[in-house]
Design a protein around this ligand. Structure first.
Ligand code: NAP
Length: 293
């Protein structure tokens, strides 16, 4: 079977085009141009790449953007002061603190210090609580991006069995909530799995939709997938590769070449979930202007 490739690159370009049109309209009407800020602590290569991509995406859709770069040895108290500055800055509609943070800083404390009305990553307890209650809020960017991809490709979800691998607070758990809610995409029967799950292969083989977010390169193999399934690969791994100009290549959590022939739909890495995460962040920033304006 030839699978349909779920191209996050394509869907995210469409989302960005729609946002750019809306921003043009805002400018014509003299409204507040959305402004996204990012705090980057330290000099981790992957984090720097993600943040730069976010700033570039802002430019592309006409948003204002601010990058706050801080040294890796900044104290937790000083970082919290920077967070407060962004909370109090009326020009900034939304901002993110790029994770992971250095080990001496409590990520949860920093996440909770972000003003919920500016929490465009959707990690604050208020945002997650509102999501559970189906109230308008910032959905966590990666799960929201996956929902957008399923919608774009009209992938049937109602009554389907969705298996999520991984229960992290930023991907697996919110993903399971969104797939179970009474909406499209949603209305799935959801099984959430994690490192203590027994007989994982037996469970994944029953999945109509498999969302793979455990953070292990090429973990999901063909024998774990049912014919005709939809597979969404959330994993991103930089594997050293001297033949590449960048010095690395990207792999997902799915062994794409052997899994793809069994699938009706499959998302690749790169060009799958990654670009959607940024598109969702932009959508959340536009929503922040609407909710708070
Ligand atoms: P995480 O916080 O490390 O969580 C991994 C989850 O997978 C945990 O719940 C863990 O279970 C579970 N797990 C680990 N080994 C397992 C196994 N053998 N079988 C079943 N479950 C297992 O990771 P994350 O932040 O959710 O990220 C997951 C992956 O997605 C990473 O590769 C990350 O780089 C990528 N990611 C991509 C994007 C994007 O924009 N595309 C965004 C975020 C993350 P326990 O809870 O029991 O430990």
């Amino acid at each position: 079977m030839e699978p349909t490739i779920v191209s996050g690159k394509e869907v995210s370009n469409k989302v960005k085009d729609d946002i750019a049109l809306e921003v043009e309209q805002i400018k014509v009407n003299g409204g507040k141009v959305p402004h996204l800020a990012a705090i980057l602590v330290g000099d981790d290569g992957a984090s720097r790449t993600y943040v730069n991509a976010k700033v570039k995406a802002c430019e592309r859709v006409g948003f204002g953007s601010t990058l706050v770069k801080l040294d890796a040895d900044i104290s937790e108290a000083d970082l919290l002061t920077e967070v407060q500055k962004l909370n109090n800055n009326p020009e900034i509609d939304g901002y993110i603190v790029q994770l992971p943070l250095p080990k001496h800083i409590d990520e949860q404390k920093v996440t909770e210090a972000i003003a919920p009305e500016k929490d465009v990553d959707g990690f604050h307890p208020v945002s997650l609580g509102k999501m559970l209650l189906d109230l308008p809020s910032f959905l966590p960017a990666t799960p929201a991006g996956i929902v957008e991809m399923l919608r774009h490709y009209n992938i049937p979800t109602e009554g389907k069995h969705c298996v999520v691998i991984g229960r992290s607070h930023i991907v697996g758990s919110p993903m399971s909530v969104l797939m179970a809610r009474n909406a499209y995409p949603g209305n799935c029967t959801v099984t959430i799995t994690h490192s203590r799950t027994q007989n994982l292969k037996e469970i994944t083989n029953q999945a109509d939709i498999l969302i793979v977010a455990l953070g292990k390169p090429e973990f999901l193999t063909a024998d774990m997938v049912k014919e005709g399934a939809t597979v969404i690969d959330v994993g991103i791994h930089r594997i050293e590769d001297s033949s590449k100009k960048s010095g690395f290549r990207l792999l997902g959590d799915v062994k794409f070449d052997e899994v793809a022939p069994k699938c009706a739909f499959i998302s690749p890495v790169p060009g799958g979930v990654g670009p959607m995460t940024i598109a969702s962040l932009l959508k959340n920033t536009l929503l922040a202007v609407k909710l708070n304006g």
